[in-house]
Design a protein around this ligand. Structure first.
Ligand SMILES: C[S@@+](CC[C@H](N)C(=O)[O-])C[C@H]1O[C@@H](n2cnc3c(N)ncnc32)[C@H](O)[C@@H]1O
Length: 373
């Protein structure tokens, strides 16, 4: 876990841009919430920038390290960390500013949106601010044989892996592109103002045309975001900016095709809410050459008949053996029983699933972590 957070610290572009924006945006005496605080880096920046009080929330145990860092940096008077999901935490007061970096290369994840929207409603003062203020999502056709090969090549060892390759082509990938890889000027496909979000569903439904700047091969589409952190401070993971941990997203196409300078590349990008996140669909049409490609993440994972059966509105669910265990553990939570007693009871009731108490304890602890107060 610590490796992941130290890796984030090494992303100087991301950290320094946030630091600059925090020192510009935090007003003397502000109450600040660092949502998804991790090691607490942005909480500490906010305290040093003059905040009166800073609350850092993170759902992971990394909060314990943030608390230790807070102490050795003598910031415990100003900064308080809470461990838990933001929707479960109560703060002693409302805040003037929410700083949040719980992002992915394209900022569109439903869970992120849900957490930001929830935190805004629950913690932010009426005239409060959010950092980032807004996000612009960009798209451009790209040409890079090496990145493409990386995604689609499968070591075959004398075995035909064609269906697996087809799935790779129908997925998005995190890859790093350079400015020279862009075949056209990028276009904005979605703008999100975080102060105005009132739904956690922010689908993209964009159609547009790109003009090829030079002759080359289209391998797919690249996407990235510009985050407006403060006036004049933009943090971008664009191929023209310094690289960040987010890299870019890559939507590859099957059988790359040639374009000539000046060709028009028509693109449709649509994300559809699916399974708590989004299904991505991308179509590319090159009118001059009569070529078109159509892709969807729906074709990007193996699907069983059972999957479709359970999606039907007429499906009558029955509890699985695993569901029975979780239900029993939850029923045993009564505010009086100890973890040891719950584990003993579970092992007694499900002797075939758990060989001993230690075995049952693992499962009980996971349920406790998620569902106990
Ligand atoms: C990408 S990390 C960023 C950490 C830190 N802000 C930084 O930039 O170094 C995002 C953090 O958000 C936390 N997180 C995501 N959703 C959360 C939620 N709903 N409530 C609390 N923490 C959350 C994750 O556990 C993770 O530590």
């Amino acid at each position: 876990m610590i490796k992941y957070y130290l890796g984030l610290l090494k992303d100087i572009q991301r950290i320094e841009t946030f630091r600059e924006a925090i020192s510009k945006s935090v007003r003397s005496g502000d109450v600040v919430l660092d949502l998804g605080a991790g090691l607490g880096t942005f909480s500490f920046f906010a305290a040093k920038a003059g905040a009166g009080k800073v609350y850092g929330i993170d759902k992971k145990d990394i909060v314990e390290m943030a608390k230790e860092l807070c102490k050795i940096n003598n910031l415990q008077e100003k900064v308080i960390f809470y461990k838990g999901y933001s929707d479960k935490i109560n703060l002693p007061e409302k805040v003037d500013l929410i700083i949040t970096e719980m992002l992915w290369s394209l900022f569109i994840s439903k869970t992120t949106m849900n957490s930001i929207k929830g935190a805004k409603e629950k913690f932010l003062k009426e005239n409060g601010r959010i950092m980032p203020e807004s996000v612009k999502i960009y798209l451009a056709p790209v040409s890079n044989q090496k990145v493409y090969n990386d995604v689609v090549s499968v070591n075959e060892y004398g075995i035909d892996f064609t269906p697996a390759r087809k799935m790779m082509i129908n997925n998005f990938h995190q890859k790093l592109f350079k400015k020279e890889d862009l075949l056209s000027e990028p276009k904005i496909v979605r703008e999100i103002n975080l102060m105005n979000i009132n739904s956690d569903e922010l689908p993209i439904d964009w159609r547009g045309s790109f003009r090829s700047l030079y002759s080359g091969i289209i391998h797919g589409l690249a996407g990235w975001m510009d985050l407006k952190l403060a006036d004049d401070i933009i943090l971008s993971n664009s191929p023209s900016s310094k690289p960040t941990v987010w890299e870019n997203i890559f939507l590859p196409i099957d059988k790359p095709f040639n374009v000539s300078e000046g060709d028009t590349i028509d693109v449709a990008l649509k994300t559809i809410p699916f399974e708590g996140d989004y299904e991505w669909n991308w179509d590319i049409v090159l009118q001059e050459k009569g070529e078109s490609r159509s892709h969807s993440t729906f074709k990007g994972f193996p699907v069983s008949k059972d999957f479709f059966r359970k999606k039907s509105l007429d499906f009558i669910p029955d509890i699985s053996p695993e569901g029975e265990i979780i239900k029993t553990i939850l029923e045993l939570f009564n505010g009086k029983r100890k973890v040891r007693d719950i584990a003993e009871e579970i092992q007694k009731r499900f002797p075939h699933q758990f060989k001993d108490i230690k075995d049952a304890l693992g499962r009980v602890e996971r349920v406790i972590e998620r569902y106990s107060k």
